[in-house]
Design a protein around this ligand. Structure first.
Ligand code: AHR
Length: 493
C-alpha cells in the first residue's frame, strides 16, 4: 500500500491554466486538413475551420495556442498571409517536406480560429530571417487601434477593430533552425528586436525569448544575464525520444516492448531535472520568479508512420503517450512557481497529436483524453503532496513508479492526478487528506489492455476514459487501486 498525504491547507501557488496550452505549426497536415479545410470543402466546417476539430477543442478548454511555428516561424513572412486569398503568394515550406504553402491560413485566420475555440493566441515572430521592421509591423497590424499604415492595412483587409494579442515569441530555436546562433549573439538580437515589439493602447505584450534546447544550461545563463530584465518568459524545448538520440531511428510509435516503454518513460521523467536546473539558473537572476519558464515544445517524437511523408512528422498515439502527457503535466503543475505555460507538440496530425484526421474522419488520441481529464487543474491552487515513491524496476534499472500532482479548484474540490508507470503491477493507494473534511470521492481512469493500444479510424474508442469504480473514502482517507499502466484523476469534495 502506497501511503500519501495531501495537505489541503498548504497551497503552493496557482497552476497557470496556460500549462494546458497547445502548438500548431505549418507542418504536414496540422494546419491544412487538420484545422483549416477552406469554406468550399466537403468536410463540414465553420468558416473554413473543420467542425469536428473545433468541437473537440472547445471541450478541452484550450487556454493558449502557439503559431505559426516552430522552425516555420523563422522563415514566415506574415504579409504573405493577409488580404484576398487568391492574391497571396506561395512559398516553399523548406523545413517540412518542401511542399508549397499557399498562405491561405494567415494572421486573420489564426486569430479568428482562436476566437472560435475560445483560446488566447501566442504568435512566434521571425527573428531568424525576418527584419526588425517586419516584426514591429506585425504587432502594429494586429493590435493598433489608431491611424497608421499597418492599422489601415488591417482595416482594408476587413478587420476594423484590432485584435488582442498577449503572447509573442521573439524567434524560435535560434540555437538551431532559427539561425544557428550563439546565446550571446541571440541575446543581443533579442534586445534589438524586442525593443520594437510595442504595447499599443491597453494591449500589453508578454515577450517570450528563445530559450534552451534541453540541457543547454549555458544558454539560459547567458540569456538571463544579458536580457533577463527585458523579457517575460523563456522557452524550453525538450522532446521524448525512445532512443534518446536524434541520429538514427527514434523508435516506433506503435511497435514497442516493455524495454522501450521503460526507456521512453525514463526520458520523459528527465523533464523534471530540466525544469529544476533551468529554474535554479533563473532564480539567480530573477529570485522573485517574475520570468516564466515557457515549455513551448514538448512531447513524444517517434519515427513517422510507415508510408507517410518523413517531413510531415505524422505518428500514431498509444497508451504510452497518455502516460507521457500525464507525467509531463504533473511535472509542470508541481513546478507552477516557474512554469507559466506549456505547449504540447502538436495539436493535430503532427508528433504527439491530440487529434488525428484522415479526410473527413477524426479521432481523439489517448493524449487528448489526458488533457480532458487534467483540465480540472487549470488555474487551481497546487496542493502539497507528501509520499515516498515506489520504484518501477526493469532489467536492473529503476525509475519512479508513480507520478502525482494535486490541486484545489475555486469550488474547493480537490483533484489528484496519478500515473502508474508500471505496466505489470497495480498500486493500492491510501491518501490521507489533511486540512479539510471531505465527504465524497469519484474518479476517472484511462488505461487499456496492452501498452501499445491506440485509437484508429476503424476503432476510435479503444482507449477511452472510464469511471474508476474502486475509489472510496474512509475516515478522510481516499483509498483506491491505480491499475497498472494507467492515468487516474480523483475528485474529492
Ligand atoms: O515541432 C516540430 C519542430 O521541432 C519545430 O518546428 C521545431 O521548433 C522543433 O525542432
Amino acid at each position: 500500500m502506497l501511503e500519501m498525504v495531501i495537505n489541503a491547507d498548504i497551497k503552493k501557488g496557482k497552476i497557470n491554466k496556460n500549462i494546458y496550452g497547445h502548438f500548431s505549426e505549418h507542418l504536414g497536415r496540422c494546419i491544412y486538413e487538420g484545422i483549416w479545410v477552406g469554406e468550399d470543402s466537403e468536410i463540414p466546417n465553420v468558416k473554413g475551420y473543420r467542425t469536428d476539430v473545433v468541437e473537440a477543442l472547445k471541450k478541452l478548454k484550450v487556454p493558449v495556442l502557439r503559431w505559426p511555428g516552430g522552425c516555420f516561424a523563422d522563415e514566415y513572412h506574415w504579409m504573405d498571409g493577409i488580404g484576398p486569398k487568391e492574391k497571396r503568394p506561395c512559398m516553399i515550406n523548406t523545413h517540412w517536406g518542401g511542399v508549397v504553402e499557399n498562405n491561405h491560413f494567415g494572421t486573420g485566420e489564426f486569430l479568428e480560429f482562436c476566437e472560435i475555440i475560445g483560446t488566447e493566441p501566442y504568435i512566434c515572430g521571425n527573428l531568424g530571417s525576418g527584419t526588425v521592421q517586419e516584426m514591429q509591423q506585425w504587432v502594429e497590424y494586429i493590435t493598433f487601434d489608431g491611424k497608421s499604415p499597418m492599422a489601415d492595412l488591417r482595416r482594408a483587409n476587413g478587420k476594423e477593430e484590432p485584435w488582442k494579442l498577449k503572447y509573442f515569441g521573439i524567434g524560435n530555436e535560434n540555437w538551431g533552425c532559427g539561425g544557428n546562433m550563439r546565446p550571446e549573439y541571440y541575446a543581443d538580437l533579442y534586445k534589438r528586436f524586442s525593443t520594437y515589439v510595442r504595447n499599443f493602447g491597453d494591449n500589453t505584450i508578454y515577450k517570450i525569448a528563445c530559450g534552451p534546447n534541453g540541457d543547454n544550461y549555458s544558454w539560459t545563463e547567458v540569456l538571463m544575464k544579458e536580457a533577463g530584465h527585458l523579457l517575460h518568459g523563456i522557452s524550453l524545448h525538450y522532446y521524448t525520444l525512445p532512443s534518446g538520440s536524434w541520429t538514427g531511428q527514434k523508435g516506433s510509435a506503435t511497435e514497442f516492448d516493455e524495454g522501450e516503454w521503460f526507456k521512453t518513460l525514463k526520458q520523459t521523467l528527465y523533464m523534471e531535472e530540466l525544469v529544476k536546473r533551468h529554474s535554479t539558473i533563473m532564480d539567480k537572476y530573477d529570485p522573485e520568479k517574475k520570468v516564466g519558464l515557457i515549455v513551448d515544445e514538448w512531447g513524444a517524437w517517434y519515427d513517422v508512420e510507415p508510408g507517410t511523408n518523413p517531413g510531415f512528422l505524422y505518428q500514431q498515439n498509444t497508451l504510452r503517450d497518455a502516460l507521457i502527457a500525464g507525467i509531463n503535466l504533473n511535472i509542470f503543475n508541481n513546478h507552477c512557481d516557474r512554469v507559466q505555460m506549456s505547449n504540447i507538440a502538436q495539436m493535430v496530425n503532427v508528433l504527439q497529436a491530440i487529434i488525428l484526421t484522415e479526410g473527413d474522419r477524426m479521432l481523439l488520441t489517448p493524449t487528448y483524453h489526458i488533457y480532458d481529464m487534467f483540465k480540472v487543474h487549470q488555474d487551481a491552487q497546487l496542493l502539497s503532496v507528501d509520499f515516498e515513491n515506489i520504484e518501477y524496476l526493469y532489467n536492473g534499472e529503476k525509475i519512479h513508479g508513480i507520478s502525482v500532482s494535486s490541486s484545489m479548484d475555486i469550488e474547493e474540490k480537490i483533484h489528484v492526478s496519478i500515473c502508474n508507470l508500471n505496466p505489470m503491477e497495480d498500486t493500492e493507494i491510501d491518501i490521507d487528506i489533511r486540512g479539510k473534511t471531505v465527504n465524497s470521492i469519484s474518479g476517472n481512469v484511462l488505461t487499456a489492455g496492452a501498452i501499445n493500444d491506440m485509437n484508429t479510424f476503424d476503432d476510435s474508442n479503444k482507449v477511452k476514459i472510464d469511471v474508476l469504480v474502486n475509489a472510496q473514502l474512509k475516515n478522510n482517507h481516499a483509498v483506491c487501486k491505480i491499475p497498472s499502466k494507467s492515468v487516474v484523476v480523483l475528485e474529492i469534495e
